[in-house]
Design a protein around this ligand. Structure first.
Ligand SMILES: NC(=O)c1ccc[n+]([C@@H]2O[C@H](COP(=O)([O-])OP(=O)(O)OC[C@H]3O[C@@H](n4cnc5c(N)ncnc54)[C@H](OP(=O)(O)O)[C@@H]3O)[C@@H](O)[C@H]2O)c1
Length: 344
């Protein structure tokens, strides 16, 4: 394998503005398993190899180390700032008035950037939980989604664009019901929606909804997050690599099932952001999207293998009175108001 990929060969996806961004990026959440040092080193290696989109977040607690390697890569002439597309996210404890600006400024400072390319609202409510907390932990102050509260956070994101601190803003962990409620109220619309997407969890309706609204779906846990923390594991979870369609394609193409998940993601049209600190993995993850595509029959077989298996259920964000994690995701198709949810 070459030590650098020709970045011109990497397909692109279009934002609503017409700007093109790479069809794949690098995740930076260490899943409580990998530390900031290792992750920053991987970001540096990945940029050297040809990655241009890096998915960061304040809550991953490594933006300062990533900032150092971004500077290093630019100083060494490996990449220019305008070739990179850097995302970050405001965490749930920073939704209050003035906090989004403070959080964005901190991420910019840590990452050593003057401007963020895309800034997400990480979760659509202010329910705080400390990073790495236990799956059974609940915060008594947690509350259901509120359009008013969300819009107060979104307005602050819009101001970040007005001030030139951020080029695009995005949402994450949303549902159609929530989007229906907030999109008509947005002065600046979301450029992207970060959502869990892998063969066993395809979220077809939400994916189609986002595309129809020119919101680019960015797929997290694209490999089914095999190293995810214990708190995000349940007995019912399906391993994507074991889906018959993925296993069969993996044999046919002679590659690891992870690469089949990525080929599927890119050919479907979402932007996967696989995480890896291992050179061979992150190199093959990028290389696989420029050669040996899946056939139409393989794409159709994977589509038919959807198991509706959500891995990041978000149960730590539940409020008092909530029945279960399904309440976070409006699984019955309706969005409950704060009052309705509390009275259930
Ligand atoms: N917006 C949100 O709320 C949200 C939520 C979750 C994640 N994210 C973002 O999405 C990114 C990706 O999600 P994720 O890290 O949970 O899961 P993932 O990318 O699906 O899985 C990452 C793991 O897959 C394994 N892997 C990677 N490349 C491989 C390859 N070529 N062959 C075999 N195994 C491979 C590695 O496991 P080993 O290390 O064990 O080898 C790696 O740690 C995160 O890093 C983060 O940036 C966002």
């Amino acid at each position: 394998m070459t030590d650098r990929i020709d970045t011109k060969k990497i397909p692109t996806r279009r934002l609503y503005s017409g700007e093109e961004i790479p069809c794949i990026g690098l995740g930076t959440f260490g899943s409580d398993k990998y530390g900031p040092e290792q992750i920053a080193e991987a970001v540096y290696g990945a940029i050297r190899f040809g990655y241009r989109l890096i998915d960061c977040a304040a809550v991953y607690q490594n933006e300062d180390r990533i900032g150092e390697v971004l500077q290093k890569a630019m100083t060494e002439g490996i990449v220019r700032r305008e070739e990179l597309f850097i995302t970050s996210k405001v965490w749930n404890d920073m939704h209050g008035e003035g906090d989004v600006l403070a959080s964005c400024r901190k991420s910019l400072r840590d990452l050593g950037l003057k401007q963020m390319d895309l800034y997400f609202v990480h979760w659509p409510f202010p329910n705080y939980h400390a990073p790495g907390c236990d799956g059974d932990a609940r915060n008594p102050d947690s509350r259901p989604f509120s359009v008013e509260e969300f819009m107060r956070t979104w307005r602050q994101c819009e101001t970040l664009v007005d001030r030139g601190l951020v080029r695009y803003i995005g949402m994450s962990n949303m549902t159609i019901a929530k989007l229906e409620a907030v999109l008509p109220l947005c002065r600046i619309r979301p450029a992207a929606l970060e959502m869990e997407l892998h063969p066993a969890f395809q979220q077809k309706e939400l994916f189609d909804y986002a595309c129809a609204h020119e919101i680019l779906p960015i797929g997290y846990c694209p490999l089914g997050s095999p190293s995810r923390p214990e708190r995000d594991r349940t007995a019912e979870d399906v391993a994507d690599g074991e889906l018959p369609s993925v296993a069969t394609a993996s044999k046919a193409h002679g590659v690891h099932p992870a690469l089949i998940c990525l080929k599927w993601a890119v050919q479907r049209g979402q932007v996967p952001i696989p995480f890896s600190v291992k050179k061979a993995q992150y190199m093959s993850n990028l290389t696989c999207v420029i050669n040996d595509p899946l056939t139409d029959a393989e794409m159709a077989a994977i589509e038919a293998d959807d198991r509706n298996c959500r891995l990041v259920k978000g149960q730590v964000f539940l409020w008092k009175g909530a029945k279960g994690w399904e309440d976070l995701w409006d699984v019955d198709g309706s969005r409950r108001t704060w009052e309705e949810a509390l009275n259930m």
